[in-house]
Design a protein around this ligand. Structure first.
Ligand SMILES: NC(=O)C1=CN([C@@H]2O[C@H](COP(=O)(O)OP(=O)(O)OC[C@H]3O[C@@H](n4cnc5c(N)ncnc54)[C@H](O)[C@@H]3O)[C@@H](O)[C@H]2O)C=CC1
Ligand SMILES: O=C(O)CCC(=O)C(=O)O
Length: 408
């Protein structure tokens, strides 16, 4: 009898950072019972030890999957980011090793948009400072520097999934919305696209919704705070690297800003038992939240199912739809066949070497799917069961091979 590929019970899923139990249930229902579950992020030797025999890993925003971590994980097939951002993963190093990365691009967007809007309303009323004062026994009953949100100008930097939802919700409250984005975007409702400096000089509330990239690092620094309207508000629920925190402190000390709401920080505590250290702690008029923009029960449950399902599909039949670093292939099931999944460098000669193996060994191909991106090629080949192992043993030696798997 032909040897089968790895038993599902032997396929190890390492789930970190307390990803929602919906992910565990979905994996178990799909037959994957070898699940190592941790409530916190792992780092250093602890992470290397747990990931060394993992076939799949699930993380949120804290766990750093660096090149070194990937090198310590020879069996890893895919990484599931149970969140939107994928900046915590070295995507280049992952693709070089044929490791696919998935995320949940939409499931928590509404949660972030709602939090931002709530913070905007509360900051315009000075609630952060009034609340802090009341906890100390002070009574700050005043209308000074207290405003309605209706008619105010909201400037959204990064008009993607979150920025666009925020735009629609804000217009519903009677706000005037403008946005800045590196890409020309179709505005929703009455929003208008403007330059970054136009936005900074006119918005009453500036909200950041960009990814962490080289171009967004410290994109709001001393020069940008200078440009912002006196008495305006800054909200950052994107990534901590986007705002220069010292410059923000200066703007707050000089009372150029009415307040701020910051959910993400350049350095965040590794776990809930670690101290949160930030110069922003001194300011009563700043909402400080522990990176919970997307942390609602609804979002986490949906993310758990969405990302776990993507990992299961990749494990079960090779489908890579919506992967952030891999060529996307939607595959039917391989009933009655063996399926070979071959990830290779996207260089000339690899596909002809692969096809030669099949013709030289008289292996009939019953289905073939190929997709490439700039860096890698991903070819999926279905063959009769008796040829699966032979084909795999030859395919894994093709020059340029990054990873080769067999499914049955
Ligand atoms: N605080 C939290 O818990 C959460 C934070 N996030 C963060 O929010 C970010 C945005 O999320 P989405 O809206 O879903 O992303 P998205 O990818 O849909 O939109 C990002 C937008 O930013 C634009 N952009 C990129 N670089 C820019 C630049 N230099 N200047 C202006 N615009 C630029 C892009 O063109 C795009 O339109 C995520 O990358 C993630 O880091 C996401 C979810 C939860
Ligand atoms: O919920 C998390 O851990 C991270 C949320 C986030 O920042 C994201 O989705 O990019």
């Amino acid at each position: 009898m032909a040897k089968k590929s790895l038993d599902k019970a032997k396929i190890k899923f390492l789930l970190l950072e307390g990803v929602h139990q919906s992910a565990v249930s979905l994996l178990e229902n799909a037959g994957y019972t070898n699940i190592e579950y941790h409530k916190k992020a792992l780092e250093g030797d602890e992470l290397l030890e747990s990931i060394k025999d993992a076939h799949f890993v699930g993380i949120r925003s804290r766990t750093q999957i660096t090149r070194e971590v990937l090198e310590a994980a020879p069996k890893l097939n895919a990484i599931g980011c149970f969140c939107i951002g994928t900046n915590q993963v070295d995507l280049g190093a992952a693709v070089e090793r044929g490791v696919a990365v998935f995320n949940a691009p939409y499931s928590n967007t509404r949660s972030v948009a709602e939090l931002v809007l709530a913070e905007a309303i509360l900051l315009l009323r000075g609630i952060a400072a009034k609340n802090a004062a009341a906890h100390r026994g002070e009574w700050m009953k005043t209308a000074t520097d207290s405003y309605e949100i209706r008619g105010k100008k909201l400037g959204i930097i990064g008009y993607g999934s979150i920025g666009m939802q925020l735009s629609v919700l804000a217009e519903g409250l009677g706000m005037e919305v403008m946005f800045a984005d590196t890409v020309n975007k179709l505005p929703l409702g009455n929003a208008t696209q403007v330059s970054l400096s136009q936005l900074l000089t006119t918005a009453d509330i500036v909200s950041l919704h960009v990814p962490e990239t080289a171009s967004t690092k410290n994109m709001i620094g001393p020069k940008e705070f200078e440009q912002m309207k006196k008495g305006s508000i800054l909200i950052n629920a994107s990534r901590g690297t986007v705002v220069d925190i010292d410059a923000l402190c200066d703007a707050l000390r000089e009372r150029r800003l009415l307040g701020a709401a910051i959910d993400v920080f350049p350095v965040e505590p590794k776990s809930n038992s670690d101290e949160f250290i930030s110069p922003l702690r001194e300011f009563d008029n700043v909402f400080l939240t522990p990176h919970i923009g997307g942390s609602t029960m609804e979002a986490q449950e949906n993310i758990g199912m969405e990302v776990a399902e993507k990992l299961v599909k990749y494990s079960d039949n090779g489908t890579t739809v919506t992967s952030v670093n891999f060529p996307e292939v939607a595959l039917p099931s391989q009933d009655g066949r063996h399926r070979l999944l071959h990830v290779h460098k996207n260089v000339p000669g690899v596909m002809s070497a692969i096809n030669q193996i099949f013709s030289e060994n008289n292996i009939n191909i019953s289905g073939q799917y190929l997709q490439t991106n700039e860096n890698v090629g991903y070819v999926v080949i279905d063959v009769d069961q008796e040829y699966g192992e032979l084909a795999k043993s030859k395919l894994k030696d093709v020059t340029g091979t990054l990873r080769c798997r067999i499914l049955f």
